[in-house]
Design a protein around this ligand. Structure first.
Ligand SMILES: [Zn+2]
Length: 305
């Protein structure tokens, strides 16, 4: 009897060991459009999911080229998290091409992280893409604002809990731990930028309005004539004049901008130019969500001195 019991116990031990790899093979498979959304999703799922971003960190999510390799990535996904607001409409093409019913628009595994957020820079007149403006539904770059983390991670959590309700409690616990860290850092970031409240800045592409607004900085112009439309000579002359008159201290740009042009304009206007991390991982040392915001806040504090 004792021997049988020992056998049963050791079988249980074997099952436990064999069970472990099986459980990890059952990880949720999640794809996100951007690296920002990957970072925010990782924060919610912890090790319960494999999260993969479709865009690379060093490219504008506006101009992603849909390749067959992306469709392979999406073919077996349980969920797809998109930015919405027109930033990543290409994700629809990928989802259709991947022939994966889990992630097509309207499927439970299709998650729009922008749900319910207050959209800034919504055009007052009708804008369509034939005019070349890449922000026809308003500014889509809300993930750059750390103050959006609670709303965005809530959308991610609600979406993933539709696909994997058994993990809702764990997701919520991870999310709360992450938001506590964001909150703690927020105090530090507010302090760093407090002396610069009301400072005027110019930006290259209109990526930064949510971040700037959060910390009380004021955007007075863009190098691009409109989002996605390069500057004309006439526009640059006007911009330089405005920067001189208003004593604008800085132009901020994204890593894939024409930074030589940005620097020339800054020099003419007597301002500083700086590159910020436009997506998680786009600048060295910004491989986490908190790291990217930290870099951006520090850089802003430096150029506004
Ligand atoms: Zn944009």
């Amino acid at each position: 009897m004792r021997q049988l019991l020992t056998l049963a116990l050791s079988l249980a031990a074997v099952w436990a060991v064999l069970g472990a790899p099986a459980a990890s093979a059952q990880k949720l498979r999640v794809v996100t459009s951007t690296t920002d959304l990957k970072a925010l999703t990782d924060a919610v799922t912890g090790d319960l999911a494999e999260v993969d971003a479709m865009a690379r960190p060093n490219q504008s999510p506006h101009d992603l080229e849909v390749r067959p390799s992306l469709m392979v990535k999406v073919r077996r996904a349980d969920a797809m998290i998109v930015n919405g607001l027109g930033l990543d409409d290409w994700a629809d093409v990928v989802a259709q091409g991947a022939n994966n019913a889990n992630v097509i628009p309207g499927a439970p595994g299709r998650i729009d992280a922008s749900r319910g957020i207050l959209v800034l820079e919504v055009p007052k007149t009708r804008v369509d893409r034939s005019m070349g403006d890449v922000h026809p539904s308003g500014n889509p770059h809300y993930t750059l604002d750390p103050g959006m983390a609670p709303a965005v991670t809530q959308n991610i959590l609600d979406g993933l809990a539709r696909v994997a309700p058994q993990h809702r409690t764990a997701f919520e616990r991870n999310r709360q731990q992450f938001l506590a860290r964001v909150n703690e850092a927020m105090g530090r970031w507010n302090k760093m930028l407090a002396p610069h409240k009301g400072s005027l800045v110019v930006v290259n592409h209109a990526l930064w309005i949510y971040l700037l607004t959060r910390f009380g900085l004021v955007q007075v112009g863009t190098v691009e004539e409109r989002p996605g439309i390069p500057a004309t000579a006439n526009h640059i002359v006007k911009l330089v004049n405005l920067m001189r008159e208003d004593h604008v201290k800085a132009i901020i740009a994204e890593p894939w901008s024409d930074f030589k042009l940005v620097q020339r304009i800054a020099q003419e206007a007597g301002a500083q130019a700086a590159i910020l991390s436009a997506t998680v991982g786009s600048v060295k040392g910004t491989d986490t969500f908190l790291g990217a915001v930290e870099f951006n806040v520090k850089t802003l504090a430096q150029v506004l001195k």
